[in-house]
Design a protein around this ligand. Structure first.
Ligand SMILES: *Cc1c(COP(=O)(O)O)cnc(C)c1O
Length: 712
C-alpha cells in the first residue's frame, strides 16, 4: 500500500519541501507554515483562498524559480521545514505509551464529518469541527490514532440567497487534485479499491489520505467506475435526507471503513465512535472475534472493553433510527454469521416504542464500554435520555460520563492576537497552553494593546464582509437591498453582536426579533447603537430552518432596520475565523437543554470576544460571572421564547451597552477590556482540545488499551 502525494513538477529542487508542507495540514495551524506560503506570493496565496496545494499547482515556474534564489525567503523556508520535520520525527507519546509507531496506530476514530480547513469541505457544523480539532490535538499530543471518514466532493451545501432571502444551493464539486488529499494506491500502483461487505449488488470504495500533522485520516469515496452509476453519488454529500441512502452511507462508513483499515494493514485495538453514524463497524469487530472462535457473548464483551462512544446531541434529529424492514434487507445474512436470530439482533438497536426502529445511538451505547456526553449538563441529560438501556446498573455509577468539548487553541487563536500573547505570556505558552497558571499573565497585557488588537480584527472582519457585498453588487448584480443586507453599511465604531451556526430551529436564530420595536430602538439609537451579524446554513431539507433564515434576511433588507442587521452568505470555516475574532459579543440562545456543548462561543472567547449566552452546554461550566453574560437559568414550562428574549434585551440595555460605550479619555472601554481578559483566561485555561483529548486518553483510551493487551 502506498500513498501518492501530489507532486509539483515545477518546484525547483531547492524548495521541493514546499510540496511536502502543502500535503500536510500542519501548515494550517502553525502560523510560520501559513506565513511561508504567504511570503512565497501574497497575491496567489489570497487567490488560492489559502490553499497551498492549489497555489503551488497554479504558480508559474519562473516565480518558483525566483523564490528558490531569494535568500531571505530561503532562510525562512529552511527554518519552517526544519520545524515541521522535527515535529514529524517526534515519536514520544508520553500520555499513553513510550513510543508511537506511526504505521501501527492503536486507536481508530470514526466520524461522519471532519472540519479541518475550508479547502476540505467535509463538514456541516459543530460535530465536524470537534472531530477536526480532535485530530489536530491528537497530532500535537502524539496520540497513536488513525481516523476514518468520507470524502464528500460536494460538501454540505453551498449557500446562495435568492432575492427573496430563500436559501438555495449552488452546485460545487471539490477539485480533488487541488487539495491536500492524496490517493491511496494498491500494491501494483493502482488506486486502492475495497469492496464493502454485506451490500448486494456490491459497492466499492476508493480511499484518500489526509495528513493531519502526525495523524492519518482515510476518506472513503464511492465515485469510481467500478460502481453502478446510481451508487457513485452515495458519498457525494453529507447527511442526505433519503433514509435508505443514509443507511447505505452508514454501512459504508462503519463496515466499509473497518474493511479499509484491514486492507491497509492497520490493526487498531481500540475504536472511538464520534457519534453513532459509524456504529455498524462494531458488528465487524464482533464478527472478527467470532471467527477466532469466541461465542457472541464473549466477542461482545471484548468489543465493549475496547470501544469508546461519544454522543453529541439530545436533539431527536441527531439520532438515526432505521426501520426494522430496512435493517432486515441489509443484515438478514449478517445476523446468522453472528449466531443471532432476527429478534436478538434487532434488540441491539431497540430503544423506545414511541419511535420504533433500529436506533444507532442505542446500538452504539449498548456495544461500547466507554460512553460520554460532551458537557457536564449533556452528560446528565444523556443519562436520563438513555436510562432504559442501563436499567440493571449499580446506582452509584453513571453509564454515560461527561467530557466537555474544547477547541484546538493553535487553530482558533487569531495570529495577531497570538503575537500579542507572545509578548506578555511566558515563552512557549502555545506549546504548553494547558498550564492554567500561564493564563494569569493575560492581566499583564495593557488595556490599550488588547483593545487596539480587537479593533484591528473588527475592522478586518468588516473589510471582508464589505468585499463580499461588493462582489455580489458588481459581479452578480444583485439588488441593492441585498447588498445592504450583506453588510455594506456596517460601522466598526458600533457595538456588534455575532450569531452564526447551523440554522436548526432549536437554535432560535430569530429570538432577538421577538420584540421588534424594542430591538429597533437599540439598533437605531443615535449615540449608542447596536448592530448584529448573522451567518449559517439550514439543512437543505429543513423548511422551518430555511424560513427562519428568510425572516432574518427580510429584516436585513428592510430600511426600517437601517442596515444594522446583516446576513453573510455561505458560512464556513474561513469566514468563521474572521467572525468569531472580530465581533464584540458572541450571542447564543438555543432552547435548553438541547445545546449539548457548543464550541463557537469558545472560539470567540479565546480571542477576547465575550459570550452573551443562555445557560446551557459549555456555558453552564464556562460562565464565571465576569467573563460574559448569562440568562435562562430558571426552568420554564412550555414556550420560553418571550422570557429569554426579554432577558437578552435587558442584559444588552442595562449591562452590555453601558459598559461598551463607557470609554476612557483616549477611547478605551476599560471595564469592557476587563471582561475580555476574563473571557480569554477562562477559555484558554480550560475549554481546549488539549484538556479534552487528555481526558479521553486517561479516562478511556488507557483503560481500553489495557483490556486490549496494549498496556501503556
Ligand atoms: C465552530 C464552528 C461550528 C460549531 O459552532 P456551535 O457553536 O457548536 O454551533 C459551526 N460551524 C463553523 C464554521 C464553526 O467554525
Amino acid at each position: 500500500m502506498k500513498i501518492t502525494n501530489n507532486t509539483f513538477p515545477a518546484l525547483p529542487e531547492r524548495i521541493a519541501g514546499l510540496g511536502e508542507l502543502a500535503e500536510n495540514l500542519w501548515w494550517s495551524w502553525n502560523p510560520t507554515g501559513r506565513m511561508l506560503f504567504k511570503l512565497l506570493n501574497r497575491r496567489r496565496w489570497k487567490e488560492s483562498i489559502h490553499n497551498p496545494d492549489k497555489m503551488l499547482r497554479e504558480m508559474p515556474a519562473e516565480l518558483l524559480l525566483a523564490a528558490s534564489r531569494d535568500t531571505k525567503f530561503l532562510a525562512y523556508y529552511d527554518m519552517v521545514l526544519a520545524k515541521f520535520r522535527q515535529y514529524m520525527a517526534d515519536k514520544a507519546c508520553s500520555l499513553l505509551r513510550a513510543d508511537c509507531p506511526r504505521d501501527a496506530p492503536v486507536i481508530a476514530y470514526f466520524s461522519a464529518e471532519y472540519g479541518l480547513h475550508h479547502s476540505l469541505p467535509f463538514y456541516a457544523g459543530g460535530l465536524g469541527f470537534l472531530a477536526g480539532d480532535y485530530l489536530k490535538e491528537c497530532s500535537d499530543l502524539n496520540i497513536p490514532l488513525v481516523a476514518v471518514g468520507f470524502m464528500y466532493p460536494e460538501g454540505y451545501v453551498s449557500q446562495r440567497l435568492s432575492a427573496e432571502g430563500w436559501q438555495e444551493s449552488i452546485q460545487f464539486t471539490l477539485d480533488r487534485e487541488a487539495a491536500a488529499i492524496s490517493r491511496v494506491l494498491d500494491d501494483v500502483g493502482k488506486p486502492l479499491v475495497v469492496q464493502v461487505p454485506i451490500i448486494e449488488p456490491p459497492i466499492y470504495v476508493t480511499v484518500w489520505h489526509v495528513s493531519v500533522g502526525r495523524v492519518p485520516l482515510y476518506l472513503l469515496d464511492t465515485d469510481i467506475e467500478e460502481n453502478a452509476l446510481w451508487n457513485r453519488g452515495i458519498s457525494a454529500r453529507l447527511y442526505t435526507g433519503d433514509i435508505e441512502l443514509r443507511l447505505r452511507q452508514e454501512i459504508i462508513l462503519g463496515i466499509g471503513g473497518a474493511e479499509v483499515l484491514q486492507a491497509l494493514g492497520i490493526e487498531h485495538a481500540v475504536v472511538h465512535l464520534n457519534e453513532g453514524h459509524a456504529a455498524f463497524s462494531l458488528l465487524e469487530r464482533i464478527r472478527d472475534r467470532i471467527l477466532l472462535g469466541l461465542s457472541f457473548e464473549e466477542a461482545l464483551q471484548k468489543v465493549k472493553e475496547t470501544t469508546v462512544f461519544t454522543t453529541h446531541t439530545p436533539v431527536p434529529a441527531g439520532h438515526d433510527i432505521f426501520p426494522f424492514q430496512l435493517i432486515e434487507k441489509y443484515f438478514s445474512q449478517f445476523w446468522d454469521s453472528l449466531g443471532l436470530d432476527r429478534e436478538t439482533f434487532m434488540q441491539l438497536g431497540a430503544h423506545s416504542n414511541d419511535q420504533p426502529g433500529f436506533n444507532m445511538t442505542a446500538f452504539a451505547l449498548r456495544l461500547s464500554g466507554y460512553r460520554n456526553g460532551v458537557s457536564r449538563k449533556h452528560g446528565e441529560v444523556a443519562n436520563q435520555m438513555w436510562q432504559n438501556l442501563f436499567s440493571n446498573r449499580l446506582a452509584a455509577e453513571d453509564p454515560i460520563q461527561a467530557i466537555t468539548n474544547g477547541i484546538h487553541v493553535p487553530t482558533w487563536i487569531e495570529p495577531k492576537m497570538e503575537l500579542l500573547f507572545n509578548k506578555y505570556l511566558p515563552q512557549g505558552w502555545l506549546e504548553r497552553h494547558d498550564d492554567p497558571s500561564l493564563w494569569e499573565k493575560i492581566d499583564a497585557i495593557p488595556a490599550e494593546e488588547l483593545w487596539e488588537t480587537h479593533v484591528w480584527l473588527k475592522i478586518k472582519l468588516f473589510d471582508v464582509i464589505r468585499e463580499l457585498a461588493r462582489k455580489r453588487w458588481s459581479i452578480d448584480k444583485v439588488n441593492p437591498a441585498m447588498v445592504i443586507a450583506g453588510g455594506a453599511m456596517l460601522d466598526p465604531s458600533v457595538l456588534t453582536l455575532g450569531f452564526a451556526r447551523r440554522f436548526a430551529t432549536y437554535k432560535r436564530a430569530d429570538l432577538i426579533f421577538q420584540d421588534i420595536e424594542r430591538l429597533k430602538s437599540l439598533l437605531k439609537d443615535r449615540w449608542k447603537p447596536l448592530q448584529i451579524i448573522f451567518a449559517g446554513k439550514a439543512h437543505p431539507d429543513d423548511q422551518p430552518g430555511k424560513m427562519i433564515l428568510q425572516k432574518i434576511v427580510t429584516i436585513a433588507k428592510d430600511p426600517e432596520f437601517a442596515g444594522r442587521v446583516v446576513f453573510v452568505e455561505d458560512y464556513g470555516e474561513q469566514f468563521a475565523q474572521y467572525l468569531v475574532h472580530g465581533v464584540d459579543v458572541w450571542l447564543n440562545n438555543p432552547i435548553p437543554p438541547l445545546e449539548a456543548s457548543g464550541t463557537s462561543g469558545m472560539k470567540a472567547s479565546l480571542n477576547g470576544v465575550p459570550n452573551l449566552s443562555i445557560l446551557d452546554g459549555w456555558w453552564l461550566e464556562g460562565f464565571s460571572g465576569d467573563n460574559g453574560w448569562a440568562f435562562g437559568d430558571e426552568p420554564i414550562e412550555g414556550d420560553r421564547s418571550l422570557a429569554d428574549a426579554k432577558a437578552i434585551y435587558q442584559i444588552i440595555e442595562e449591562k452590555i451597552i453601558p459598559l461598551y460605550y463607557d470609554t476612557s479619555e483616549n477611547g478605551i472601554p476599560l471595564g469592557w477590556v476587563k471582561v475580555m481578559k476574563s473571557a480569554i483566561k477562562q477559555t484558554g485555561s480550560h475549554f481546549t482540545a488539549r484538556r479534552m483529548v487528555k481526558e479521553y486518553a486517561l479516562k478511556f483510551y488507557a483503560k481500553a488499551m489495557v483490556s486490549a493487551g496494549q498496556a501503556p
